[in-house]
Design a protein around this ligand. Structure first.
Ligand SMILES: Cc1ncc(COP(=O)(O)O)c(C=O)c1O
Length: 463
């Protein structure tokens, strides 16, 4: 064995932390304040929860609650599980994770890939219900010998992670050059740990928590009263009880955001800023923008983004999922299939064989009253498109003869798109006067032109 190579970390746990802070430049154009984001998804396990996983388990070993050969048990929405599983892989421990069934498939698969056992519990039951993931985690830890129930909700090493590590790192990076710190809340560890540290260092800093509609946390913080929790879809944000990690004395203000605006903002973060983050990041930015709009003078707002977009590929970043759940409703964030349906297009399209002549194409277009004609080979593969405009001039100038093969008159001014794609993906092509050939399972099923989109818009919105 040699000494550790210069520049290398001893293992993946040692690579946690040191994530960058960047400025948002486009999403913020309508506000006077500046928003900076801490990219916690750049941790090796893809979230800020890598930190609490490593820190809570280091402490458990120190305190003797996690013993050699022990089993780590946790109720986790996924991210903490990854942090714990990573630490367990490095240090040689077994893990069992208990998840609510609303969690994305990616998160569940990911934990199983670490070799962990995953138990999935129903979402819509009260925490004290024996089927809830809180109850199941607790019961497992009581029945499995030599097990350690991490309990990120009430284990105060969670908020200490952020007090001793995440917040000092941000303070060191920025030298305290910000006015407001904001983060979404779940267990309360991030906001409470960072809040306490920043308040000690910067007496004028404002700490603002971002909660979601349906959660009870912000309501409790503002009124001291418990209310009934409602179902929501955002993952990692909000709670239906108040975990011990909350330190409300260090939280000055609250913003509340909904599922839909959060998901749309998550997608904008990627499209407009190139930031591939999870749904709680969209929630955080919605909250930060709401807060910024109320400020009397421009401030520097630092927002911690908890996790990566990878874990939401089948949900927030999936057009079908967004559309099916009613989260896409702008005129252009609609799927092509829905546009075609609204226009009552019956999918019966005229095509012509690639063996046909220019004369035959003109006759067919004239007879059917159509301006463009896709040309296909005997296997149904699109070979090109003939359009009125590309035919007219050469025919008038005598460049083409009626008997010439149709391929001489092809225009490549078309785009093929899938039926499930969003209208916004073809908007540019249509503006360039291209025709969109709509495909399903590699077969041509329809044609979408600029006139179709105009018709669709006139039916769906007042302009
Ligand atoms: C994606 C995501 N965002 C936000 C949070 C909230 O952070 P905290 O639990 O530190 O309040 C969590 C916590 O599980 C999370 O997984």
């Amino acid at each position: 064995m040699t000494t550790l190579m210069t520049g290398a970390r001893a293992n993946v746990v040692e690579a946690i932390g040191g994530t960058p802070i960047i400025k948002l430049n486009h999403i913020t154009k309508d506000i006077n304040s500046d928003i900076y984001i801490k990219l916690e998804y750049m941790n090796p396990g893809g979230s800020t929860k890598d930190r609490i996983g490593a820190y809570m388990l280091d402490q458990a070993v120190k305190e003797g609650t996690l013993k050699p050969g022990g089993t780590i048990i946790e109720g986790t929405s996924g991210n903490t599980g990854v942090g714990l599983a990573m630490w367990a892989a490095v240090h040689g421990y077994k893990c069992i994770f208990v998840l609510a069934d609303k969690q994305s498939k990616e998160k569940i698969d990911n934990l199983r890939a670490f070799g962990a056992k995953v138990v999935v519990c129903p979402t819509n039951v009260a925490p004290e219900d024996p089927r809830s993931y809180y109850s199941v985690s607790k019961r497992l830890s009581e029945t499995i010998p030599n097990s350690f129930y991490v309990n990120q909700y009430d284990n105060l090493h969670n908020r200490m992670t952020h007090y001793t590590w995440t917040a000092p790192e941000m303070y060191e990076q920025t030298k305290g050059d910000f006015d407001v710190f904001m983060a979404t809340v779940g267990t309360g560890g991030t906001i409470s740990g960072c809040g306490r540290y920043f308040k000690e260092k910067m007496p004028n800093v404002k700490i603002v928590g971002i909660d979601c509609e349906g959660s009870i946390v912000a309501h409790y913080a503002k009124t001291g009263e418990m209310c009934e929790a409602k179902t929501y879809v955002l993952e990692g944000v909000g709670e239906d009880f108040i975990p011990e990690n909350y330190d409300f004395d260090n939280i000055d203000d609250w913003e509340i955001v909904g599922d839909k605006e959060s998901f749309l903002m998550t997608r904008r973060l990627l499209k407009e800023e190139g930031v591939y983050a999870g749904g709680s990041a969209g929630a955080a930015i919605c909250g930060a923008i709401k807060y910024a709009k109320k400020l009397e003078e421009p401030k520097k707002i630092l927002v911690l983004l908890h996790d990566s977009g990878n874990r939401y590929a089948s949900k927030i970043y999936n057009d079908d999922w967004m559309s099916d759940n009613g989260y896409l409703d702008s005129s252009f964030d609609v799927q092509i299939k829905d546009v075609l349906q609204m226009l009552n297009k019956n999918g019966k399209i005229e095509t012509i064989s690639d063996k046909a002549t220019i004369g035959e194409a003109i006759t067919l277009m004239d007879k059917k009253g159509i301006s463009q004609l896709p040309c296909i080979d005997e296997n149904g593969v699109i070979k090109g498109l003939v359009a009125e405009k590309t035919l007219l001039k050469p025919v008038m100038m005598g460049e083409f003869n009626k008997e010439d093969n149709i391929s001489l008159a092809f225009t490549m001014n078309y785009k093929t798109i899938n039926k499930n794609e969003l209208l916004s993906n073809v908007a540019d092509a249509l503006l360039q006067k291209e025709v969109a050939l709509v495909m399903e399972d590699n077969k041509l099923v329809d044609i979408l032109t600029d006139i179709d989109v105009l018709q669709y818009l006139s039916k769906t919105r007042a302009y």
